[in-house]
Structures are given as structure tokens and as C-alpha cells.
Write a protein that binds this ligand. Structure first.
Ligand SMILES: *Cc1c(COP(=O)(O)O)cnc(C)c1O
Length: 386
């Protein structure tokens, strides 16, 4: 129902959008234009010098040995599973509180997602619940660093080690996030990143990156993304075509120089929101786990009467969003898995409470104050009508 509502509201004026990419462009557009025009004139549009350089720069930034540019974050997740020979008959443990691509990558590889409950404070997979979901068919765990907050990687890696499971990190919302001083994307066998335009490090089209520390595994990805063969026109297995195009690579290279600064600004904005909301205990602000560096891809509050508040907010021009309205175990896509309402109570409950507010580096203090005042005003309005 709210889907229809979004469309109605899009016609109206959103005063403070959830993300305003144009402000970033105003800041660095000239630099990007120069690089893009050079690529256009170069005649080298696929796997050129920018791909090569970005892969090195990206690996350096994240702290991994290897990285490879791909079509999308979804491809990174899918190819990671393929490279680990995970497919038909295998189970992969993940969370239902995420974007659908985390689980569809598992389905695309031919394997079965097994959804584990979240920690309701962090929205990430609860490590304490993982072991009960492990069966003889379990091959891997895909933790998601949702909203830019790292999952508890030490516990997850310990469980994986004990049960001889692989770990693929979904870092699509968390470039630059750290857990105990270590960047996400360097804990597991693979780290999967997205350059979808709304991500913290967004391209101007689709794109993705995979990171890895093992040369053999890395070479497997290189072959799989090139139609299953590392040598041109020789194909050993079924692969795909997945490349980061040169224009996107050139754009991401420019933006990678700013990502630390942008993540810092997001954090500052998050802490400012926290302060502004502090006198309203009925609005639950995001909690950070200890010893983490969260990069606030989203600033997500929990609130009663969420749907009504959301509707009012959109009417008043505040671009709030619900990530995500339906948990993955209850999506029609997964009906054959046999999950039912009540199977993951915390996941289901949080799905009804979460609301993400405008969050981007260029957001101003005045805009934040307007957002906070309007959220409080809308919440009070819904209370009067109850
Ligand atoms: C965006 C996203 C993806 C998919 O990335 P694409 O580049 O759009 O394919 C996967 N997982 C999560 C958590 C995401 O936010």
C-alpha cells in the first residue's frame, strides 16, 4: 500500500530528500567530467587503465590483497558463491533483514538461503542464533553490514571456523566501516561491494567490486566473470559477463578520494541527529556495537505508528524511506522455503518499526532540525488520532 503512496508523493515536492546526489555533483562534478571525457576520447571503454588502477586503489583502501570490478554488488555475491562451489543442495545462512539481492544471489547460485534472526538493536544477524541453523548441508554464512554498521565478525568467523564454513560479507552498504579496527570486506573469504548510485561510494550507473585475500579464489572469480575461462576463447565452465565499465571505474576513482571525508560527515550527521532526538525517548535512535566504525549508509530510527508517521512525513516533504517493508523469509519469492509469520519475530517486528531519515554528507544542521521537528510533530499527530 505504501508503495502506491510513494508514487503519489513523488509528484509532490520533497523538500529534504533521503539522498541528494546533485549536491555531491556540485562539489566534484568538474573533476568527474574531466575524467569521463578523457575516457570517451581514449577509445578504451572496457577493462582499461581505470579498472586496473581502481582495483589496486580499492584493495589498498579496504586492506585486501585483491579486488575485481564487476557489474554489480549482486554479481559479486553470486560469483563469490560460485567460486566456492556452492550450489544445488547446499544451504547458506544469512539474514532476512536486508535487500533482496543478498538472498537472490544464493538462489541464483542454485543454493538455499536459511534465514537467521537478527539482533533487534543492530539489525544485523545475531551470531548467537547461527549455530542452531547449521545442518550438514550448510556451506557458508553471508553476514550483511546493514545500514553501514558492521556485523559481529569476530563471533561469526569463530563459528565459521569451528564448523568449516565459508564467509561472504555483504558490504554493499558499508564501504569503509570497521569492526575492531579492521575494515569490512577483509574478514571473510570474499567482500562484496556495490557502486549503485545511492550507496556511500556510488557510481553514475551500476557497478560492483569483490575483494579477497586468496589468489586461487580470486582467479576463480576472474574466470567466472569472463564466461568461465581465464584465457580468452577457452571456457572451462559456465560463467557470466560481469565487468565494471571504464567510465564508472574513472568516476569511482575520483570519488574514492573523498569517501573517508564523506563517511566522517555521515557519522557527524548521525551523532547530531542522536542529540536532537535525545529528548524524545519514544523515538529510538540507532545503537552502535562496541569497537566499531559505522558509516551510516542509512540513519534508521524505530518508532511506533510507523506507517502513519511515514505517510505524514512524506506529505510534509521529508523523504523518509522504509528499508525494508517485507522481510525476505516472507517474500513471495521464497514461498517454497516454507517460512511463516512468527518464524523470525524480531526481524518481523523491526520491519514494522524502522524508518530511515535523510542522510548524506552534505545535509545541513538546519535540515536535520527540520527533519527532527517534523518527525516529532507527525508522531504527536498520530497519537491524537488513536
Ligand atoms: C545494494 C545492495 C546489494 C546489491 O547491490 P547492486 O549493486 O544493486 O546489485 C546487495 N546487498 C545489499 C545489502 C545492498 O544494499
Amino acid at each position: 500500500m505504501l508503495n502506491y503512496y510513494y508514487r503519489e508523493v513523488e509528484e509532490k515536492v520533497i523538500m529534504i530528500p533521503i539522498l541528494d546526489s546533485k549536491r555531491q555533483y556540485a562539489q566534484i562534478g568538474k573533476e568527474i567530467e574531466k575524467e569521463v571525457l578523457e575516457v570517451l576520447a581514449s577509445g578504451s571503454y572496457i577493462l582499461g587503465k581505470h579498472n586496473k588502477a581502481l582495483q589496486e586503489e580499492f584493495a589498498n583502501f579496504v586492506g585486501s590483497k585483491f579486488s575485481l570490478g564487476l557489474n554489480s554488488g549482486t554479481d559479486a555475491l553470486h560469483l563469490a558463491l560460485r567460486a566456492l562451489n556452492i550450489g544445488r543442495g547446499d544451504e547458506v545462512i544469512t539474514t532476512a533483514f536486508t535487500f533482496v539481492a543478498t538472498a537472490s544471489a544464493i538462489g541464483l547460485a542454485g543454493a538455499t538461503p536459511v534465514f537467521v534472526e537478527i539482533n533487534e538493536e543492530t539489525f544485523n544477524i545475531d551470531p548467537e542464533k547461527i549455530e542452531a541453523a547449521i545442518t550438514p548441508k550448510t556451506k557458508a554464512i553471508i553476514p550483511v553490514h546493514l545500514y553501514g554498521q558492521p556485523a559481529e565478525m569476530d563471533k561469526i568467523m569463530e563459528i565459521a571456523k569451528r564448523h568449516n564454513l565459508r564467509v561472504i560479507e555483504d558490504c554493499c552498504q558499508a564501504i569503509g566501516a570497521q569492526y575492531k579496527g579492521q575494515q569490512v570486506g577483509t574478514f571473510g573469504d570474499f567482500g562484496c561491494f556495490s557502486f549503485y548510485p545511492t550507496k556511500n561510494l556510488g557510481g553514475m550507473g551500476d557497478g560492483g567490486m569483490i575483494t579477497c585475500n586468496d589468489e586461487t579464489l580470486f582467479n576463480r572469480i576472474v574466470a567466472l566473470r569472463n564466461h568461465g575461462g581465464a584465457i580468452r576463447y577457452y571456457h572451462d565452465e559456465l560463467g557470466v559477463n560481469s565487468r565494471l565499465d571504464e567510465i564508472q571505474a574513472a568516476i569511482i576513482r575520483v570519488k574514492l578520494n573523498y569517501i573517508k571525508e564523506w563517511n566522517e560527515k555521515r557519522r557527524a550527521n548521525a551523532y547530531r541527529y542522536n542529540e536532537m532526538f535525545a529528548k524524545y525517548p519514544e523515538i529510538q535512535t540507532p545503537k552502535e556495537i562496541d569497537d566499531s566504525y559505522c558509516v551510516y549508509h542509512q540513519y534508521t530510527i524505530k518508532i511506533e505508528n510507523r506507517d502513519e508517521v511515514h505517510k505524514l512525513l512524506l506529505e510534509k516533504g521529508i523523504g523518509a524511506m522504509i528499508y525494508y517493508p517485507v522481510p525476505l523469509h516472507l517474500q513471495k519469492l521464497h514461498k517454497e522455503l516454507g517460512y511463516k509469520v512468527g518464524d523470525l519475530p524480531k526481524t518481523e517486528k523491526d520491519t514494522t518499526l524502522v524508518m530511515s531519515l535523510p542522510m548524506f554528507p552534505e545535509l545541513t544542521v538546519e535540515e536535520q532540525q527540520t527533519v527532527v521537528n517534523t518527525v516529532v510533530e507527525c508522531l504527536n499527530l498520530t497519537k491524537q488520532t488513536v
